[in-house]
Design a protein around this ligand. Structure first.
Ligand code: AMP
Length: 417
């Protein structure tokens, strides 16, 4: 049964904690952004303050074998500074028995990068390019078999398991999901995971109405499952950014050189029909800022979104689109935002995304619940200074996207079931 970090008795216990310390490093192995480390600190400090000890496990990068470039050794100094205690290091996550056994209350041990082992992900490595299907199946079976021992070993180090790595919650890996079954009475979410799970529930299970989803970004193909899942839940669906032009074309509009996916026009039509059947208000851009060149400095003008001339490309939404969306956003009680409304990386085409960020912030200040998550909209609200003016900004891109698609995340299910 799932336990709660606030009520669990950590005194004298060893907690093995899956954290997401997959931080960016420069060429001298200095951390360039420690957000993910800081995000796990409340959980880690709680265990130490309650008289427990910590065994930290994470991945770093995507190594396919033991590779010093991806060693977690590079970050222990910083983790130690953040925690205010020394951090010991186990150079092989499968040979840490002695170090784990010797841990005293208040002490911290970090295991080497879990992905030095194929068993963490449970995917075979080193298969020849011309491997037959039988060989692939045999290799898969072999790694799944050895994965059991890998998981058992990690679990043997500790008395309880905490998952605080939302960024990998959509993966059914050894450390993110499989290990939980060794702690049927001693497994729990860390504070970060808990916040993410609550945020997802606030929009997908307990939304106050009207519920508006703002879905933008580049491609319909990467958001089809998101749109389909949200149709049955929302009152308003604002479709913006590059993906909007496929819908505009589906309605018979001219989109010029704007990003669009002709092969998805039938799906776009289906989504519009289904929305109508369900009484969901779909709102597309009515005015677009266009250029003849994909560049920040190219001359631009604003035109109706359905009449983009040949040779011109939509880069951002225009003021009339924002006026329409302002009415919808400001009347909403729940808002989910995923994907920017334009090429926000170029200041000339960031206005639409910035205006939406401002509107979501304003709706929040009037009592709406707002969740920003699942990709570039997070970068946009952070860059534009709105991160603390919305209810929650998710830390997990892929994981949040899968949650919004309606998928069960293995890392969450393993704790809750
Ligand atoms: P996604 O990862 O699908 O959320 O897409 C984010 C990307 O969509 C950002 O890099 C934006 O620059 C891009 N984007 C948004 N609007 C447009 C547009 N009108 N044309 C081209 N790219 C866009």
């Amino acid at each position: 049964m799932q336990k709660h970090i606030d009520t669990y008795d950590f005194k004298g216990k060893k907690a093995i904690v899956r954290v997401d310390f997959n931080v960016p490093l420069d060429e001298n192995f200095k951390i360039t952004d420690d957000t993910r480390i800081r995000a796990a600190l409340p959980t880690l400090k709680k265990v130490l303050a309650e008289g427990g000890s910590l065994i930290l496990m994470s991945h770093l990068g995507r190594p396919k074998k033991v590779d010093p470039k991806f060693s977690l050794k590079h970050i222990i100094g910083h983790v130690s500074e953040c925690l205010g205690v020394p951090v010991q290091f186990a150079e092989d996550c499968q040979k840490a028995d002695g170090q784990a056994a010797a841990l005293k209350p208040g002490e911290v041990l970090m295991l080497e990068n879990l992905r030095f082992y194929a068993e963490e992900e449970g995917k075979p490595r080193g298969l020849a390019e011309d491997a037959t299907d039988e060989e692939k199946a045999a290799a898969k079976k072999a790694v799944k078999e050895s994965q059991k021992e890998f998981v058992r070993k990690l679990a043997s180090y500790a008395d309880c398991y905490i998952n605080d790595a939302f960024g990998t919650a959509h993966r059914a890996h050894a450390s993110t999901a499989l290990i939980a079954k060794y702690f049927p009475e001693d497994k729990m979410f860390g504070y970060l995971m808990e916040k993410e799970v609550k945020a997802i529930d606030n929009v997908l299970k307990n939304a106050r109405r009207p519920f508006t989803a703002i879905i933008g970004g580049s491609k319909v193909s990467s958001k089809l499952a998101v749109l389909e899942n949200l149709l049955g839940k929302v009152d308003n669906l604002i479709i913006c950014g590059g993906m909007g032009y496929t819908f505009i074309k589906a309605e018979g509009g001219s989109v010029g050189n704007s990003l669009h996916e002709d092969d998805l026009i039938p799906q776009a039509n289906e989504i519009m029909t289904k929305a109508e059947d369900l009484g969901v208000n779909v709102s597309l851009s009515v005015e677009t800022r266009i250029t003849q060149e994909f560049s920040n400095d190219a001359p631009f003008k604003e035109v109706p979104s359905h009449q983009i001339p040949d040779g011109w490309e939509g880069m951002d939404c225009g003021p009339s689109s924002i006026e329409n969306w302002a009415r919808i956003i400001l009347a909403s009680k729940t808002i989910l935002w995923n994907g920017p409304a334009g090429v926000f990386e170029f200041p000339t085409f960031a206005a639409g995304t910035e205006k939406i960020a401002g509107l979501v912030a304003e709706a929040t200040s009037r009592g709406a619940y707002s969740l920003v998550g699942g990709g570039d909209s997070v970068a946009a609200v952070t860059k534009m200074g709105f991160a603390d003016k919305v209810s929650y900004v998710s830390t997990g891109g892929g994981a949040m996207l899968e949650a919004i698609e309606g998928k069960t995340l293995p890392g969450i299910a393993a704790i809750e079931e």
